[in-house]
Structures are given as structure tokens and as C-alpha cells.
Design a protein around this ligand. Structure first.
Ligand code: AMP
Length: 291
């Protein structure tokens, strides 16, 4: 695995591969890698000639009171995992090379960025789209891989790529989970033993809500009420930031679930903020035959 730290060298390396007709798959991450990240690397390996993984903890997407300084860092462990997954290039630039003095440009996808996590983390998604746009310009991938775990992020990036004619394919990959259903996340390492056990309530809530909808409850208020009740029954859930059912294209709350829907949750377990979601397609109920 090649380690590249300088954006100009990354760019030249990518151009070289593209000129030789090789496709490039790109997996942007913030490191502290787990099986979720590695599943994206494997998918990219299967679909491209060259796989580039970036590790960059992007200061622009953290609010002033958020966990930028505490965010888990494990460069050595990450490199072992990436070698094991047979990644071709690790791009790990320094903050000063990505955001030099007098950096003035931001990329913003309106509307979608202001919903769900955007309400609680103002400015977060413009930080995400700005860094992803920069990384895409440097790495020049044929395809870029994102996890459904961060569903809102994935559709915002899809929209940016489409709106700005960035000319690559955005591939959204399934959420990888722990044995009890908790979505893998670098932030799970913040949880103590009790909190870790309690955190499984999030996936249980999503699954039970799916069952509820399958049983014929398709009304927004009942579904939202059920989700909030399930989550608040767990004493270590200290805050419910959102828990509801949304249109997966617009992220507007759905009044009636009569089409594909996104169940999405953001809570704090202890002090740790966790998010998860599930996409559901309601089964159409056949009306009983009469007469
Ligand atoms: P992060 O390092 O948290 O910024 O995540 C980098 C990429 O990995 C993003 O596209 C995430 O959506 C994706 N990712 C994170 N956790 C998971 C997971 N449990 N399953 C699948 N993809 C994930």
C-alpha cells in the first residue's frame, strides 16, 4: 500500500492511473477504521482497478462544542487494517495542506443540509460537502463509496455530484452492524459498558417500528410516537434529537407511509451522539374479497 500525504502527488498519481485507463474507487474516511469502513474498501476493490482510501479528520465539519479534539485516532491500526483489505493507496493529508491560510470557499447543498442532523449541527454538512468536493478534485475517482449509516450525508453528496456535474458514480453501501444490531461507528468507542449495552435500543427501535408499519400502522403520529416511546424507555438515552419517518428523497417527514420511507434516529446515549436509519418498503395490503 502506497502512503501519500501531499495533495499534488495524490493528484498526479491519480492522473497517471486514469491515463493508463485504470478506474479509481475512492473511500473517504476520518479513520479509527472498523468493519463498516472496510466493507466500503472491499466493494471498491471489487469494482475498480485502484482503490484509494483517505483518512482526514475534517475540522470544518465539527461545531465549536463538538468532539474534534477527542475524535478517536489510530493511524497505525488503520494502516494494518487497510493493508489487510488490500487497499492500494492511503491518502492522509495534513490539515494545513487541505485548508491553507486564507481559504475562503465553501460548497453547500441547500435544503437537504438543513434537515435532520443539520438542525442539531448547523454548518456540519457544508463542512462535509466542502471537504468531499476537495477530495474528489484531488483523487479524481471513477466511483466514490459511502455508507448508508450516514444516509443524509450520502444523499447530500449524490446531489452535489449531480448538481455540479462532477462526473463520478456515488455508490451507497449497506450499514454494517455489531452482533446486537448497533451500527458500527468510530464513536462507539466513547461508550462505557452500560452505555454500549443500552445503545442496542436504537436498532431494536428501528426493527420494531418496521414491524409496526408492516402490521398496517402507516400514520406518521403513531409511528413517531412509538419510536420516541421505545427510545425513552431506555434510561441511558439522555436525549432524543430526532426519531421519525421521512421521505428518503426530500427528507421531509411523511404523513402516511404509502411508499418507500426512511426511519431515522439520532440520540445521545450518555454523552455520546449516535445515529442510525433503515429504509423500508411497505407491503401493500390486499383488500379482502367481498361478495
Ligand atoms: P467516517 O469515518 O465516520 O466519516 O465514515 C467514513 C465512511 O464510512 C462514510 O461513508 C460512512 O457512512 C461509512 N460508514 C461508517 N460506519 C459505517 C457502517 N457501520 N457501515 C457502513 N458504512 C459505514
Amino acid at each position: 500500500m502506497e502512503l501519500i500525504r501531499i495533495p499534488r502527488i495524490m493528484k498526479d498519481t491519480s492522473i497517471g492511473h486514469l491515463l493508463h485507463g485504470r478506474s479509481i474507487g475512492f473511500v473517504p474516511t476520518m479513520g479509527a477504521l472498523h468493519e463498516g469502513h472496510l466493507s466500503l474498501v472491499r466493494r471498491s476493490k471489487g469494482e475498480n482497478d485502484i482503490t484509494v482510501v483517505s483518512i482526514f479528520i475534517n475540522p470544518l465539519q465539527f461545531g465549536p462544542k463538538e468532539d474534534f479534539n477527542e475524535y478517536p485516532r489510530d493511524t497505525e491500526g488503520d494502516m494494518v487494517k487497510l493493508k489487510g483489505a488490500d487497499a492500494d493507496i492511503l491518502f492522509m493529508p495534513d490539515v494545513s495542506l487541505i485548508y491553507p491560510d486564507k481559504f475562503l470557499t465553501y460548497v453547500e447543498v441547500q435544503n437537504l443540509s438543513e434537515k435532520l442532523c443539520g438542525v442539531i449541527r448547523p454548518g456540519h454538512f457544508s463542512g462535509v460537502t466542502t471537504i468531499v468536493a476537495k477530495l474528489l478534485n484531488i483523487v479524481k475517482p471513477t466511483r466514490a463509496y459511502f455508507g448508508q449509516k450516514d444516509f443524509q450525508q450520502a444523499i447530500i453528496i449524490k446531489k452535489m455530484v449531480k448538481d455540479l456535474d462532477m462526473g463520478l458514480e456515488v455508490v451507497v453501501c449497506p450499514t454494517i452492524r455489531e452482533h446486537d444490531g448497533l451500527a458500527m461507528s468510530s464513536r462507539n468507542s466513547y461508550l462505557n459498558g452500560e452505555e454500549r449495552k443500552a445503545a442496542s435500543v436504537i436498532n431494536r427501535c428501528l426493527n420494531q417500528t418496521t414491524e409496526l408499519i408492516k402490521s398496517g400502522i402507516i400514520n406518521h403520529d403513531q409511528i413517531k410516537g412509538f419510536m420516541e416511546k421505545k427510545l425513552s424507555e431506555e434510561p441511558l438515552v439522555t436525549e432524543i434529537q430526532y426519531a421519525s419517518v421521512y421521505d428518503p428523497d426530500t427528507l421531509e417527514e411523511l404523513e402516511i407511509i404509502d411508499k418507500e420511507a426512511l426511519l431515522a434516529v439520532a440520540v445521545r446515549v450518555g454523552k455520546t451522539r449516535l445515529i442510525d436509519n433503515i429504509l423500508i418498503t411497505p407491503v401493500r395490503h390486499l383488500r379482502p374479497l367481498t361478495g
